[in-house]
Structures are given as C-alpha cells and as structure tokens.
Design a protein around this ligand. Structure first.
Ligand code: ADP
Ligand code: MG
Length: 730
C-alpha cells in the first residue's frame, strides 16, 4: 500500500535539527588538534628526527630506518594521547574512494601480556591484502600484494580513534596502484619545469608549488526517504521519478537562507573538518533544491587532494548523525542541476609569487602572461586528454546538461587578458624590435591591473576559466578524486613549459636576441597557435558548438571515445617522457575505467529491472484493477449510451496504463537479453561500448514510461518517494 513511502515521509517531516555541541573556544584554538603537524612534531620528535621529516617534506629526501623508528614512536605517543587505539595507512586506490586497514597498536609481548607497539617499519611500510583492489590486470593473483608507504608531505591524523597515515600504494614491481603516486610525480615534474621558466625572470626561485582549492557540491536527502529508494541506495542516483511541478525554475534556493537542519549539519562537519586541519571556509545553497556547496581555502595541491578526499568521507559520516544521506553523485536527479567540483588551480613560487596573478611591475606581469599563455597552449594541445581525465558514468550524465560545462574544451580569459594577448600577437614581429617598440610593449604589459575587473565569468559555462588569479577547471565531477584531472593538468603544463624554455633558449642562441625579446617572440607564436581555444561566450549555445567545429576543436560527447585518449600514442609519449606514468600504468588505468563504467551500467540496469518488476508494475496493476472495477460498476448502473460517455476517460486511462506497463515489462526483458549478450564479450572496450550502446538506452526509455505512470497512478499507493518529496523535505 505504498506504506514504506508514507512512513518515511512522516519520519522525515517530523525531524528537528540535531543539536550540535560547538567547541567553546575560537576555531583557531582547536584547528588541527587531530593532526600530527609541524608544531606537534617539534614537540614529540627529537631535533634530528624533526629535521629529517622536514627535509623529506621540503626537499624530497629519503627517511632512514633509524629516524623512522623515532618518528613512529613520537607519532604513536601523540596519537595515543588523542585516544587512538589503532593505526592505518590511508590511501587512494583506483576505486576512487579511500582505503584503510586498521591494525591495533598493541602486540603480544614475550607471551606475558601486551604492549603498545608501532615501529618505524610499520610507519614507513604496510602490506594490505590488496588482491581485491582494481589494478587493471597489473597484479596477477599469485602476486596479489601491494604495499603502502608513508607520504611525509601529508601529515598523519587521528580520526575515530585511529591514527591515519597518508600513504602511496604501489605493487611489488613498483607500479603505482593509486592516485597519489602519479600525482606526487606530476607535482615534482611541474615544479622542475616551472622553476626553469621562473628563472628566466628571477634567479632566486628554487621551488614552485601547485595550489588547489576544490569547491565541493553535494545533495542532501533525508535518510528515511533515501532508505525507501533502493535506486538511490544502490546507485546514488534516481533511476526514475517524474520531475517535481516546482524545482529550480524560480532560482529561489540558490544562495537562499540555509534550512535549519542543514545549517546544523554544516556546522557539525565544519567543526570536525577544522579538527583535522581542513580549512573549510564558504558554504551556501546551490542552484537545485537540497543542493549545497562548501569550499575550503586553497592549499598545496597534494594536501588539498588529501583534504578533499577526507572531507568527502567526513561529510558522509557526519550526515548520518543528522539523519541525512550525502549524495556526491554528479547527477542524482534528472532535469535539475548536477554536482561538480570546481578545481581552482594555480602555482606559487617559494619567493611568494602567485604565478597566475598580475603583478605590480612589467617584469612580474610578463612572468604572469608567460604562464597564462603556456597553460592555454597546453589545454589547446590536450583537449581530449583533459576531457578523458574527468570521465565517469555519473559525470557523463551531468556534462552538457542543466548548466554543467559542455563537452567542448575552451578557455575563458576575460576581455582584458584577451586584448593584451591580441596586442602581443599583433605588435611582436619576427624582426628585431626597436627600443621604442619594446618600450611600448612593456608599457602595455605593465598596464594589467592587479585586480582584473571582468574575471568572474558569471555565466559559468566555460569548462576552464581564468578567474583573476587562478584557473578554474569546472568539468570535474563532484565524486571524483581530483588527482585524476590534476595529474593530467600538471603534466601537460609541465611539458609545455619545458618546450617553452627550449624555444626561448633557441631564439636567444640562433637569432641572437635578448631574453625579453625572445620571450615575447615565443609567446606571440604560442598565442597565435592556440587562439582557437579562447572563448568567452555562452558555452551552452548551439552557435558555439558550430563555431567550435569550424575552429577544429574536439567535441567528443560519448565518454568511451573520450577515454581512448588515455592510451593514444601522443598521450603515452607525454606521460612517459615526463616520468609520471608508464605505459603499463596507463593501460591499467584505462582498463579500470572501462570496467568501472561497464559495471556501473550493469548495476543500474539490474536495479531498474528489479524496481520495475517488483515495485512499479504490481502497483500499476493494482490501480488498473480499481479502474476496471469502477468501469464495471458504471456498466451495471447506467444504460448503454450514458455508460459509454461516462466510462470513456477511464477506459482510455486503463488502455494507457496497459500499454505503458507492457512496454516496461518487454523493455526490461529486452534489456536483460542485451546484458547477456554484452556479458560474454571479452574485450573490455567492446564490452563497455555494448553496454553503453545497447543497455544504457533502456535506462531512459523504461524510466520514461514509469515517469508517465507515476503521473497517472493513485498517489496513495505509489511506492517510492517522489521528486517533490526527495527535493523539498528538509
Ligand atoms: P567562486 O564561487 O567565485 O569560484 P569560492 O570562494 O566559492 O569562489 O571558491 C574559490 C576557491 O578558489 C576557494 O577554494 C579559494 O581558496 C580558491 N582559490 C583562490 N585563490 C587560489 C589560488 N591562487 N590557487 C588555488 N585556489 C585558489
Ligand atoms: Mg568557483
């Protein structure tokens, strides 16, 4: 009788905000209490050990065993004081989530009892049984071991009585099985390339760090309603549901006042985040009902990635305390906005200069323009790879629909930057420049204000926008581990910077030009060659799609074709030359992505099949019987003509129900047949393509019928919470 739905609704409607016990002290006084950061290291480690760790963080030197022992014992002492009983290496396997394997600190001691033990070997290395992590076939089952190793540049922390040690995860042969290993390699590679380019302007620069701030979008839904939707529980998205009469049309949710239950949830996870040293700063309602966003202050990228992963875990856990479920899926509801994760990305030198911020002097500005132009060129040259880096089944649903960035890569620069690049392109010549020409150019370059007035790109349709002092990569999905796009971004930019440096040196040597002039000349060339990627207009418009085609930009709509970029010859060369990923590692990642894609469609198809047959059809038939009984009754009561007139509408409805129901049933059967055919295909790409081409369309066509049935059938017996309930119950 649709009972579960109404019980769930009653439960959801009767909830009050959960009271949160806020710390009585200022945030700054407890920020990072659960993190073994530099301050705590100073307190718990010998000076020697402390120095070794900081060297390893800042200079990348290796830790020796003796020091590791000292660090382990200091870390253990601190963690036990913070209530930890267990420790775990915490890492990012390619499943996309984080993994932990907890071990207790205690060990039996000479048969006489237990002692708390944790030594350097355990700190630096741990062997989880890794046989069930996806490895794209890199580990055979007989060699089913990988090991995790501490990454000292991301501090250990205590969460729920467990000391968590951020780690990399590699196979015994040394292949990376995680996101962190190639991310760190890509950061080191970019550091090297960027320093060389910075040194053209300032010899004092010795190190360049990537900075990253992730704006995390998410949906909340009441736990009772969530539990009554098996599709949400098993696939994180609704596989059916007619759109609510009102959803986001009035834009009344965006930046509106935050509902009390939600506000209390936000405060709660923010406090938890602060304890773990995650600097979450902004929070607001997003466009869709029950959609929200939070953003931390940017940090060094490796740390920011760990923090984003940790934040997602934390938000999920804390949501449960508030009887909410957190939905990180990119497109939980059809027809309204999906969720993304804008990656705000920049670089900062050890001399304190944000390389993507206009400076005070012409020299600083030339450095800024140099980086801007090189990034733009690298995006132009690697559109497909960037597109491939953000692929997931969920993001496929989101991209290009309801205000999400389109599948065409383009770069937004803003009027001012566009006109400066145009100036450079037009004024710089192949011939030697006169002192006057140079002076004029420098004057132009010097004119860039520190705050660019038009750099907000409020329409948000550009997938890759320059927003005044950073680039914002907006195509990334909300549930993604942002390492994937970051590894690509760091690598393509590093590769381009290396090329740039070589080209500048060549102009200096062969054409006998001064450094500044050589830089201008190479920039001019890059600007001219990458012009087509610049676009500030409406990325959703049909005209842009046509224009992009004329410009020769790539527009790969389907994920699988985009994914093929990962294993193209050009991409393999890029990653191998930059020593970020080997060919085997790339092939493995490609394989894992394909498998994930296929399996997710398989699960969605199964869930939709079950729900259709076990939930929807029985309900529909029941309602149909009511109508049939009613019609029969009319026939008994009224003479022929009158009966025909009175029963006509109901008979139409009965017909419609019958037809739609029979389509649902036959399409579910056909979908199962298609799965069977696809399942026996061996080649992973072929299999994924079959799932995408032959199984996936049924998800839409079956839901289309069910959503219509939802509008017809008596609300009192409809079994699943409806969109209006999922979206508007707070
Ligand atoms: P908006 O919604 O206008 O994009 P937000 O304040 O929501 O702005 O998010 C901006 C994000 O960009 C924050 O995480 C912020 O810390 C980050 N950010 C700002 N400057 C930089 C930078 N130089 N490098 C990386 N991220 C940055
Ligand atoms: Mg933003």
């Amino acid at each position: 009788m649709g009972v579960i739905r109404f019980k769930a609704l009653d439960e959801a409607l009767s909830r009050n905000p959960v009271e949160v016990k806020l710390p009585s002290v200022k945030t700054s006084e407890y920020f990072g209490v659960n993190v073994f950061d530099c301050r705590k290291m100073q307190e718990y480690l010998s000076l020697e050990a402390y120095k070794c760790v900081t060297d390893s963080i800042y200079k990348g030197t290796k830790l020796d065993r003796k020091v590791a022992n000292q660090i382990a014992s200091g870390m253990k002492a601190w963690a036990i004081e913070r209530g930890a009983t267990h420790y775990t290496h915490w890492f990012h396997p390619l499943t996309g989530t984080t993994a932990e394997k907890h071990d207790a600190f205690f060990e039996s001691y000479q048969g006489t009892g237990v002692i708390e033990n944790f030594h350097g070997g355990k700190l630096v290395q741990q062997e989880p049984d890794a046989s069930s992590f996806p490895s794209g076939g890199m580990r055979n089952t007989f060699e089913a071991r990988g090991y995790t190793a501490w990454d000292p540049s991301s501090p250990a922390f205590v969460m729920e009585n467990t000391l968590c040690i951020p780690s990399v995860f590699v196979s015994f042969k040394g292949d990376s099985l995680d996101y962190k290993t190639p991310l760190m390699k890509s950061l080191a590679n970019l550091d090297g390339a960027a320093v060389e380019v910075c040194n053209l302007f300032d010899r004092n620069v010795e190190r360049v760090n990537v900075t990253l701030g992730c704006e995390q979008e998410y949906f909340l839904v009441d736990t009772a309603l969530y539990n009554a939707r098996p599709d949400l529980k098993l696939t994180e998205r609704t596989l059916m549901g007619h759109s609510s009469a009102k959803d986001q049309q009035l834009a009344d949710h965006y930046f509106g006042s935050i509902p009390l239950r939600v506000a209390s949830y936000m405060r709660d996870f923010e406090v938890e985040a602060y304890k773990l040293g995650i600097p979450v700063k902004t929070r607001h309602n997003e466009v869709a009902p029950n959609q929200y966003e939070c953003a931390p202050v940017f940090e060094e990228a490796n740390l920011a990635v760990d923090h984003n992963q940790l934040l997602m875990t934390l938000m999920k856990k804390v949501a449960q305390r508030h009887n909410f479920q957190l939905l990180l899926h990119e497109k939980p509801y059809k027809g309204i906005n999906g969720s993304g994760k804008h990656c705000n990305w920049s670089m900062v030198s050890d001399t304190g200069v944000n390389l993507l911020s206009p400076g005070k002097t012409p020299k600083n500005n030339l450095l800024f323009i140099t980086f801007l132009v090189n990034i733009m060129k690298s995006v132009y040259d690697n559109q497909d790879l960037l597109r491939a880096s953000i692929i997931s089944l969920g993001n496929e649903e989101r991209l290009g629909a309801d205000e999400a960035p389109p599948s065409i890569m383009s770069v937004f620069l803003g009027d001012q930057m566009n006109s400066i690049l145009d100036e450079i392109e037009n004024r710089v010549t192949e011939h030697k420049m006169t002192p006057d020409m140079k002076a004029e150019l420098k004057l132009d370059v010097g004119k860039i204000p520190e705050l660019l007035p038009d750099n907000t790109d409020r329409n948000r349709t550009s997938p890759f926008a320059f927003t005044g002092n950073r680039f914002e990569f907006r195509a990334v999905g909300s549930s993604a581990n942002v390492s994937a796009p970051l590894i690509v971004l760091n690598t393509i930019v590093a590769d381009q910077l290396k090329r740039f440096k070589k080209d500048v040196d060549k102009v200096i040597d062969t054409k006998n030009r001064k450094k500044d002039e050589a830089i201008f000349q190479v920039l001019k060339d890059l600007i001219a060659r990458s012009k087509n990627i610049r676009f500030d207009g409406d990325g959703y418009s049909r005209e842009w799609e046509e224009e992009a085609k004329r410009r020769g930009l790539s527009n790969i709509k389907d994920s699988l074709s985009a994914l093929e970029a990962i294993v193209s010859r050009q991409v393999k060369k890029l990653f191998i030359q930059n020593r970020v990923l080997s060919e085997r590692e790339l092939e493995a990642r490609y394989g894992i992505n394909l498998e994930k894609y296929t399996k997710k469609i398989q699960i969605e198809a199964r869930v939709l099949g079950d729900l259709s047959v076990n939930h929807i059809l029985p309900t529909v038939y029941r309602y149909q019987n009511i109508l049939i009984e009613n019609v029969k009754g009319l026939k008994e009561l009224f003479p022929g003509d009158e009966y025909s007139r009175l029963a006509a509408q109901q008979i139409e409805t009965i017909k419609e129900i019958s037809e739609r129901a029979s389509i649902v049933k036959s399409e579910v059967d056909d979908m199962i047949e298609e799965r069977k055919k696809a399942n026996i295909i061996k080649d992973p790409m072929e299999k994924a393509r079959n799932y995408s081409r032959n199984v996936k369309p049924y998800l839409n066509s079956i839901r289309y019928q069910i959503d219509h049935l939802e509008l017809i059938v008596d609300d009192g017996i409809w079994p699943l919470p409806k969109y209006r309930e999922l979206l508007f119950t707070k």
